[in-house]
Ligand binder design. Structure first.
Ligand code: ADE
Length: 226
């Protein structure tokens, strides 16, 4: 899978994508993540990526030309399944969307900034608008990082068997059960006996029951989803 991220602050994301599981996925050839500086696609001598809004309201708006130039250049090289715009008024990101995105070949994620982007970009170039939650960030870079992280870890081969994404929270609209490691007792705090029993059926039943209980307690809304 290839993810092209379009931003005016590529340096915000460089470290993130060069660490840990995302770096390993790229080294193993399972994912390609390319950061593009929108400023490199400006044509004016000041390399302006934003301008004052028509209508006189406050703030700056990201200009069409550099973003269109960049998206057009990328589309000349390959087909894209989605051109995603990160925006607080987009569709709310969740595990289901991450699952479906992980099956795509090529996606573009455009990070918004300032007051917004010229609306014609959203009308003509964007195929999907995604929010990571009901709060406003200064820019879409963190949203792009969150999306890329949650999508890349679902690509087959990225996680080892022990880390399997199948047991993740939300994968069946259930929260994950508690997990423990050695020592089996610490300061008198004990790991549940069942996990030490060696009986896999009992362990599976216990985990499912814990998942249901925690979901009922912490996120009852998940149990009502269609
Ligand atoms: N940009 C600013 N706030 C955002 C949010 N909540 N989700 C996605 N992109 C954003």
């Amino acid at each position: 899978m290839r993810i092209d991220i379009l931003t005016v602050f590529p340096e915000m994301l460089e470290g993130f994508f060069n660490c840990s599981m995302l770096a390993r996925a790229q080294k193993a050839g399972l994912a390609e993540i390319h950061l593009h500086d929108i400023r490199d696609y400006t044509t004016d001598k000041h390399h302006k990526t934003d301008d004052y809004p028509f209508g006189g309201c406050a703030g700056l708006v990201m200009k069409i030309e550099p973003i269109d130039n960049l998206i057009t250049a990328l589309k000349k090289e390959r087909n894209y399944d989605e051109v995603i715009f990160t925006s607080p008024d987009g569709e709310r990101f969740n595990q289901k969307i991450a699952n479906s995105m992980s099956m795509l070949e090529n996606i573009i994620i455009l990070c918004g900034h300032y007051k917004g982007i010229d609306y014609r970009i959203r009308e003509h170039l964007i195929t999907r608008e995604i929010s990571i939650g009901d709060y406003v960030l200064t820019g879409g870079e963190l949203a792009a990082a969150i999306m890329a992280d949650s999508v890349v870890r679902l690509i087959p081969g990225v996680l080892s068997d022990e880390q399997s994404a199948l047991s993740d929270c939300f994968q069946d609209d259930l929260l994950a059960p508690p997990v423990y490691t050695r020592p089996a007792e610490y300061k008198g705090w004990k790991v549940p006996d069942v996990l030490l029993s060696g009986n896999q059926k009992l362990i599976n039943d216990w985990e499912l029951q814990q998942s249901l209980e925690r979901t009922r307690l912490l996120r009852p809304d998940l149990l009502d989803r269609p």
